[in-house]
Every structure is written in C-alpha cells, then in structure tokens.
Write a protein that binds this ligand. Structure first.
Ligand code: RIB
Ligand code: NA
Length: 318
C-alpha cells in the first residue's frame, strides 16, 4: 500500500492546566502550569504512528482559526498527509480543556467545533486514500455516521480497522462492534459497553469475553493504564494479559492514543509479529508517553526508543 495508517477522526487544541488535584464541583484551584498543544484522539493516534515512522494520512476538519493552522504545521512535521483536511469557515477548531493532577490523572471537556462538520461525503471523497492504506483507525469524537461510513469502507476494501470508541457512548449500533478488526477500549469505556465493572485484570478479562462472545467483536483490547492491557483474539479464545513497565506518571493524557497509534504502526510495519508482541511494544511506548507532559509532544519518535522495539522478531529477550 501507498500509506500505512489512515485516521478518520478529530482534531482538538488541548488547553492543559496542571494543578495539585482535580477540582471538585464548585472548587477554584490554583494551578502551577499551563500549556497548549495539538491534540484530539484522532490527530493524536495519527501523529503517534507518524512519529514512530508510519506513513499516515488524516481525514478531518479544522476551523479557519490560528489553531487550525497549528494542526497543519504539526501534521506536516510528523509524517501525516493533509490532502483530506477540510478548513471550515466561521467555525472554531475543536478544543479540549484538560485538567491534570500531580498524580498524572486528568479530566477533559471537549467542544467539537469543526469536528462536527466532517461528513460521510468527506469520507467518500477520501475513498482512494483509505483504500491505499493498511490500517484505518477511528475514534468517537466525530459523528457516529461518519465513523461508521469509514469503518464500512475499510471492511469492504479489506483494510484492517481499529475502532476506539472514546469517549464512550452507551447504546452503540451493533455494527460498531462487529465491523472493526480490533475493538479497543479503556476500563471506563469497557464498563459502559458491557455494563459490568472493570477495575482489575480479572474484571477486564470478563469484559473482554462479553465483548467478543456476546457483542460479537472480532477481537478486543482493553487498556488498563499501569496494568498494561488484556486481549482476546477471537471467539472461544481465552483473553491474555500483557503487562507493562512501571513508570512515574507525570501526565496520562493521550496515553491511550499513544498506545493505539503504536499498535497501528506495528500492524503496518511489523505485520508478522504476534499480537501479544505488538501489544507489549505498544504498552512500552504508551508508558513512556506518560512520563512527559502533554499529548502529541509527549509521544516518542523512533530515534528516542530502544532498538529492540524495532526488532523484526518476536523473541522475548527481556
Ligand atoms: O485522548 C486525549 C485527547 O482527548 C486529548 O488530546 C483531547 O484533545 C481529547 O480529545
Ligand atoms: Na503525556
């Protein structure tokens, strides 16, 4: 294929405020630091793959404001093709107001802005780009019908697809479960999707089974932060747990995006590795991202990573 990873998804400018703890209702807190950066789950996952060395493309909409221009600059600097990025007149680029606590936890309010202007026609117009990619990645920060159109197109073209329904939404149509090759959620999202509590490796394994056996997902990854992830390859299989490196978390914002972008990268560039090995490597890269502030700026590039992450074989030597 001409391209590795294509993302149909969101751009949000991140406004990150760092404070001792997350604010409670009605509380005014004095923070210690403020930063802005290019974010949004779609753009983050695309840039994460691009920084690792994948050839990527982003299908998205931005506003005709200075924030939109920043996205174009950042995409160009990070291996992302911009042929299908629309600029919407009189609409603001998506924004995310993010609070980050000293322990690395965060909470986010997003205002979609131009992300809501992405249409199924835009996806159809990008058909050639999607067709010429190895992996399509979608999230849940644009209209559901647009995401579904992209997933269906990928399936028709036998382009592998990863769906990350984040932020989670209850009552998703069954197509969102059955079409993607990989359905990837975090603990909260898994809970909303299954109605069963997910707060441990064991409960994640149970949720994984519900998603594969009852919701008919083809394969499922549930990310568990410092506990790594669990993965079920197909119906009837036993889910496996893949642990990760213990790190000092400074900012967990975008860690899930780093993980998914990395997984997409390995699926394209090292397709013969086992899924367990790809997930192990994606875990390691995501763990690294939480040791730095911010989202895209915290994602590592190839040159910053140990060579064994780019090793061509599956052998477990650590
Ligand atoms: O997953 C992290 C991202 O979620 C942030 O970059 C923010 O923009 C929100 O979309
Ligand atoms: Na980070």
């Amino acid at each position: 294929s001409a391209l590795d990873v294509v993302v149909v998804g969101s751009c949000n400018t991140d406004f990150l405020s760092y404070a001792p703890h997350l604010p409670k209702e009605g509380e005014t807190l004095t923070g210690s630091k403020f930063e802005t950066g290019c974010g949004g789950k779609g753009a983050n996952q695309c840039v994460a793959a691009g920084k690792l060395g994948a050839k990527t493309a982003m299908i998205t909409k931005i506003g005709d404001d200075i924030f939109g221009l920043e996205f174009l600059k950042s995409f160009k600097a990070n291996n992302v093709k911009c042929d299908h990025i629309g600029v919407v007149k009189g609409v603001s680029t998506g924004v995310a107001a993010i609070s980050v606590a000293d322990n690395g936890a965060n909470c986010i309010i997003i205002v979609p802005g131009a992300n809501n202007s992405l249409t199924t026609e835009d996806v159809e117009a990008a058909e050639e780009t999607i067709k010429s990619s190895k992996v399509l990645v979608c999230q849940n920060e644009i209209s559901l019908d647009v995401t579904l159109a992209a997933l269906k197109l990928a399936r028709k073209q036998t382009v592998k697809c990863i769906f990350n329904p984040a932020p989670a939404q209850a009552g998703l149509h069954s197509d969102f479960f059955t079409i993607p090759d990989i359905f990837c959620v975090n603990e909260t999202e898994a809970e909303i999707m299954t109605g069963s509590v997910v707060n441990s490796v064991e409960s994640a394994i149970a949720a994984c089974k519900i998603l594969v056996e009852n919701k008919n997902c083809r394969s499922v990854v549930i990310t568990l932060g410092s506990n790594g992830c669990v993965y079920q390859a197909k119906k009837g299989d036993e889910p496996m747990h893949i642990g990760t490196d213990k790190v000092f978390a400074v900012d967990t914002t975008g860690a899930g995006d780093s993980f998914i972008g990395s997984l997409a990268f390995f699926m394209c560039k090292f397709p013969h590795l086992s899924m367990a090995e790809m997930l192990k490597r994606a875990n390691k890269i995501a763990a690294r991202s939480v040791t730095k502030r911010g989202t895209q700026v915290s994602f590592p590039t190839a040159s910053e990573l140990p060579a064994d992450l780019y090793d061509d074989n599956d052998d477990d030597d650590d």
